[in-house]
Design a protein around this ligand. Structure first.
Ligand SMILES: Cc1cc2nc3c(=O)[nH]c(=O)nc-3n(C[C@H](O)[C@H](O)[C@H](O)COP(=O)(O)OP(=O)(O)OC[C@H]3O[C@@H](n4cnc5c(N)ncnc54)[C@H](O)[C@@H]3O)c2cc1C
Ligand code: HEM
Length: 404
């Protein structure tokens, strides 16, 4: 709860801090990596730093949290932080690191806002920071303990058993465990973090959704190669996984985390909606439902360039066929042609008015943010409550639809 003393100060300074929060976030990370360069080896994703998306996500979360506290000071908006907590635990963050982030964030605020940061203002923002930090550490402690791990023991060694070329630019890795550690089961929809050693000697972490149901001693994830575009470089880790990692290589992989999780106990119809590589968590959830012999009404709606670009379509076709009440509808930008048995194939972009959605369904979405934004708006227009729409973003969450 935000104190009565801090509330008016936060309210009064929120516009000034909000207007410059991006600059503050940039300054914060500059301070942080100067003081702690080791955080760029295995913890922070330097691609997200280079393109500015992590700075925007941090700034957005602080501003959203502070605004929520001002509006309802008696309630901690802790559900806003769940997604962040999963990302943190998938990287093995430790509670004591919150002090380091605090010191560098406050230094960033002071540097950007200068004399406007009076002791009173600094104390009020300190309070907001620690409310966020305590909430995050509390949720993170719960996530670690539910899996029986500590921040130091989230990493496991897995050997690549199969590398399957799905499409021109997508490969699937099947990895098997090589240690005696107990494998921590994954919930359908979750992701793992893979730490990949790069030629400059640093390790870089990236998240990948599990694209098949939990299989005990083996695990499957599917990676799209990110090619350079518009003057930007090739994706570092996806390129390394495609070109430098093969069968027999050993990867360091976290235990599974992720807030997008299938709830198949609800007994409600399930609608999975994806575009492009966003199909990976949907494939994982479908595979789980097929393995569980689910009789629920299930619908997969998928958009892609063409059928040839549709990753994991072989596995998905088999799972849909195995499920007695499942259907699949596809939209292809290059034309409505399908060799796959589908209930509907349409040209162009996904349009929900072309299908009949089940009543009282729960929705899971993944794909580019503009795609998900459009679909979520269409669903809400159709009367679907926002709590029934879960989504996954393949990067720092700049959308934060749950904050809306
Ligand atoms: C929860 C979650 C689940 C995910 N699941 C999957 C999945 O199942 N399959 C999948 O393929 N991906 C998935 N991703 C995305 C994945 O984690 C990586 O982000 C993706 O593989 C790209 O990583 P990369 O190292 O190849 O690219 P990066 O090197 O991180 O580059 C990312 C982007 O930043 C740009 N960039 C990099 N450096 C610079 C620079 N100096 N200046 C300007 N721009 C720059 C690159 O050009 C590129 O566009 C998931 C992400 C999350 C968060
Ligand atoms: C109150 C404090 C903090 C806030 C508000 C915060 C906020 C965030 C946000 C919004 C994200 C992006 C989540 C997503 O959408 O994927 C994130 C990711 C991350 N955070 Fe934090 N964080 C805090 C503390 C910390 C601490 C103490 C560390 C430890 C060094 C840390 C390290 C990271 C890392 C490594 C990532 C992933 C970055 C990436 O993938 O680019 N954070 N955090």
């Amino acid at each position: 709860m935000l104190s009565d003393k801090s509330r008016p100060v936060i309210e009064a300074t929120l516009p000034a801090v909000g207007a410059r929060i991006q600059e503050i976030a940039q300054c914060f990370y500059r301070h942080l990596f100067t003081a702690h360069p080791e955080l760029l080896d295995g913890t922070f994703n330097r691609g997200n730093q280079a393109d500015g998306s992590q700075q925007r996500a941090l700034a957005g979360s602080v501003a959203a949290f502070a605004s929520a506290l001002v509006k309802t000071p008696d309630r901690l908006p802790e559900n806003l932080l769940i997604r962040i907590a999963h990302k943190h635990t998938s990287l093995g963050l430790r509670p004591e690191q919150y002090q380091i982030v605090h010191d560098n964030l406050m230094a960033g605020i002071a540097e950007v806002l200068g004399d406007a940061v009076t002791p009173e203002v600094a104390a009020a923002w300190d309070e907001v920071y620690w409310l966020m930090a305590y909430t995050l550490t509390h949720v993170e402690r719960g996530l670690y303990s539910a899996r029986g791990v500590t921040p130091q023991t989230i990493w496991r060694q897995w050997e690549v058993e199969k590398k399957i070329q799905e499409t021109d630019d997508v490969v699937t890795f099947v990895v098997k465990r090589v240690e005696d550690h107990l494998v921590k089961p994954a919930l359908p929809g979750q992701y793992i973090t893979v730490q990949v050693p790069l030629p400059d000697g640093t390790r870089q972490p990236r998240q990948y959704s599990l694209s098949r149901a939990d299989q005990g001693d083996s695990r499957q994830f599917t990676v799209k190669r990110v090619y350079s575009a518009a003057g930007k470089p090739d994706g570092e880790v996806s390129t390394m996984l495609h070109t430098g990692v093969g069968v027999g290589d050993v990867l360091s992989i976290s235990v599974p985390f992720g807030a997008l999780v299938l709830d198949d106990y609800s007994g409600r119809p399930m609608v999975f909606i994806s575009a492009g590589i966003g199909v990976t968590p949907m494939a994982g959830m479908l595979s789980h439902l097929a393995a569980a012999g689910s009789h629920l009404p299930i619908m997969l709606l998928h958009a892609d360039h063409s059928e040839n670009a549709f990753a994991l379509r072989g596995q998905i076709r088999e799972d849909i066929a195995a499920l007695p009440n499942a259907s699949i509808y596809v939209w292809y930008e290059q034309g409505a042609e399908s060799q796959m048995p589908v209930q509907g194939v349409f040209p162009g972009r996904m349009d929900l008015s072309q299908v009949r959605l089940p009543e009282n369904a729960s929705y899971h979405m993944c794909g580019p943010v503009p795609f998900m934004h459009g679909i979520r708006s269409a669903l809400i227009e159709l009367g679907v409550p926002s709590r029934d729409i879960q989504y996954e973003v393949f990067g720092p969450d700049l959308w934060q639809a749950d904050y809306e």
